[in-house]
Each structure stands twice: as structure tokens, then as C-alpha cells.
Design a protein. Structure first.
Length: 335
């Protein structure tokens, strides 16, 4: 009888120790999983701890998740993530990557316009070259967009989808932010004009590059002004001239307060360029520039209002093809 009692007591003691060990293991496992859950979902577990005594609170959370059908929503979430990313982010990525090429295409007709008017002498022509110059900040943004849209969606794990969504959430958050730092960042990464730089190449009639202008450094004031005005005039002629025409069919350019802060040398350089490209200039300018502008215009209309009551117009014609009646100096137009 005593032997049986000892065996029973020994067996019970072993079972008790095994049960205690299993309980300790279960408690540790619970604590680890609870800590992981709290780390991933801090808002949902704000009132819970990783202690085993909060197990009923976690059970209620689980039952609520199941009742709302969240597990079934996982596949729908991944489908929406894939479709929305491909519809929106993929198009944005494509537009940003293609922008330099589109700018090069738009420069082609401007270069064709530049090739029709000598830049220096009779045998030097100007050509604009576009270079892609993205900053590390823009490269990082493009990398994030590629991380969102590229890869094998079908074989991606739930953890991979969540990482992809985290990148998407961060990018969309910054793009929609009202913070000044984020607004400035958005302008830098989305304004594709900032992703390219322009070079001007001076070539001879054989197509050999004689000089390259990558900035205004090393140029005199007159050279710098001529370069800027020449490119502006070429762009305007591209906009206003048919491909088969040498000069614009409608080439009137109106400049208000034209060259009012420029010296006579700059004014002459600019007018020479505009005349070379075949433009008809209509200028509103102060009287101090009349002598400089006289060789480039056919007539002047002087507007005065000495008594602040009525404007007076006086026309002065420098050269005409046919006789015409000039407006009397005393003609008035009520202001």
C-alpha cells in the first residue's frame, strides 16, 4: 500500500512540475506575442500590457477583429494597394522619368529656329542641349516610388505588402502635407524643370562645337545679354512661325517699359537680335532711350499728360513707304 502511494505521489509531482513548466512557457510566449502586438498596434492595445493577466482583454480584441471580418479584408487590401499604386504612383513615376526626354523633344524646334539665324558672324550657330541633373533628394524620391510599384506582387508576403504600404503612406503623407518643409520638398521633387540643366553649344557650319556655354561665367555683360536674348527670340519665333516660313507671319511683340533699366548697349544688342529673327517690335519705353531705339523703329508716338486731365498724343514717323497724314501734336484723348 505504501509503495502504491509513493508511485502515485511521484507521478502527481511530475505532472505538477510539467504543468508548471508548460504554464511558464505559455506565459512567456503570451508575453512575447503581446509585446509584439503592442509594438505593431499601439493604439489598439493602449490600455493593455504584456502581462498574462490581460489575456482576456486580448481575447476581446481578437473576437472583435474576427467579428468585423478583418482577416478576409487582407486580400482586398493587397489588391487595392496594387491597383492604386499602379494607377497613380506608376503614372507619377513614369511622368517624372520621361520628363527630361519630353523637354528635349520640345527643345528640338527651338534649335531648328536657332539654326536659321547666325549667332556670331555668318557661320556660327547656337544649339541648346538638355542634360538630366537630378539631385540625391529626387533620386531618393524616385527610389521610393519604384519600391511601391515594382516587384512581384503575386508572390509577396503580408510583411512585404505592409512594408510597401509603409513607404506609400510616408510618401503620400509628405506630398499632402501643409508643413512648409514638406511643401518645399514637394516642389523640388515634382517640378521637372529643376531636374534638368541647359547647355548652349556654339557650332560652325560643319557642325563642329566651337564653344560651350554652361553658365554666364567668363562672359562679358554684352555676351551674356546676347546669349539670353538670342534664346528668347528663338523660342518666340518657334511659337509664332510656321515651319515653312523664314519669319513670323504675325511677329508683333509688345514690351511694356522696355529696357527702362538697361543701358544703350544692351538695348541695341537686344533689338539687333529681335530684328534678326524678323519680329515687329512695339515698345513702351521712357524718352531717354529714343535715340538708341530710333534705328530699329519706324515711328514714335509720344504720350503726355501735363495737367493730369487729358492725355496728348504726338506721332513722329521716321520712314514710310507711302505718304500719310500725321496726327496733329495738339490732338487729345480724354483720360
Amino acid at each position: 500500500m505504501d509503495e502504491v502511494a509513493r508511485k502515485v505521489q511521484s507521478a502527481l509531482s511530475k505532472d505538477k512540475d510539467a504543468s508548471a513548466s508548460r504554464a511558464a512557457d505559455a506565459e512567456a510566449s503570451f508575453a512575447g506575442r503581446a509585446a509584439e502586438f503592442r509594438l505593431g498596434w499601439p493604439a489598439a492595445s493602449a490600455e493593455l500590457t504584456a502581462d498574462i493577466r490581460d489575456r482576456y482583454g486580448y481575447r476581446e480584441l481578437r473576437e472583435g477583429i474576427i467579428a468585423r471580418g478583418l482577416p478576409e479584408k487582407e486580400s482586398e487590401f493587397r489588391k487595392l494597394l496594387r491597383e492604386r499604386s499602379q494607377d497613380v504612383v506608376a503614372h507619377l513615376l513614369s511622368d517624372l522619368r520621361d520628363a527630361p526626354g519630353l523637354i528635349r523633344e520640345r527643345i528640338l524646334p527651338v534649335n531648328a529656329s536657332l539654326g536659321r539665324s547666325p549667332f556670331e558672324g555668318a557661320d556660327r550657330f547656337l544649339e541648346i542641349d538638355v542634360k538630366t541633373t537630378r539631385t540625391p533628394e529626387v533620386d531618393e524620391f524616385l527610389t521610393d516610388l519604384r519600391r511601391i510599384v515594382e516587384g512581384n506582387w503575386a508572390d509577396e508576403s503580408a510583411a512585404g505588402a505592409e512594408q510597401r504600404f509603409a513607404v506609400l503612406q510616408r510618401v503620400i503623407g509628405r506630398l499632402g502635407s501643409k508643413d512648409r518643409v514638406d511643401i518645399d520638398w514637394r516642389n523640388r521633387v515634382l517640378d521637372t524643370r529643376l531636374h534638368v540643366s541647359f547647355l548652349a553649344r556654339e557650332k560652325d557650319v560643319a557642325g563642329r562645337v566651337v564653344r560651350v556655354y554652361d553658365s554666364a561665367e567668363g562672359l562679358s555683360g554684352g555676351q551674356r545679354q546676347k546669349l539670353v536674348i538670342f534664346c528668347l527670340a528663338a523660342a518666340l519665333r518657334y511659337q509664332l512661325t510656321e515651319e515653312e516660313d523664314e519669319v513670323p507671319r504675325f511677329g508683333s511683340i509688345v514690351l511694356d517699359e522696355a529696357f527702362d533699366k538697361a543701358d544703350s548697349r544692351y538695348t541695341r544688342n537686344a533689338m539687333e537680335v529681335f530684328r534678326e529673327f524678323g519680329f515687329h517690335m512695339i515698345l513702351a519705353t521712357p524718352q531717354k532711350l529714343l535715340q538708341t531705339l530710333e534705328p530699329y523703329v519706324g515711328a514714335i508716338t509720344s504720350v503726355s499728360n501735363p495737367d493730369r486731365d487729358a492725355s496728348r498724343l504726338a506721332n513722329v514717323v521716321f520712314s514710310v513707304d507711302e505718304p500719310e497724314v500725321a496726327t496733329p501734336p495738339h490732338a487729345e484723348s480724354r483720360a
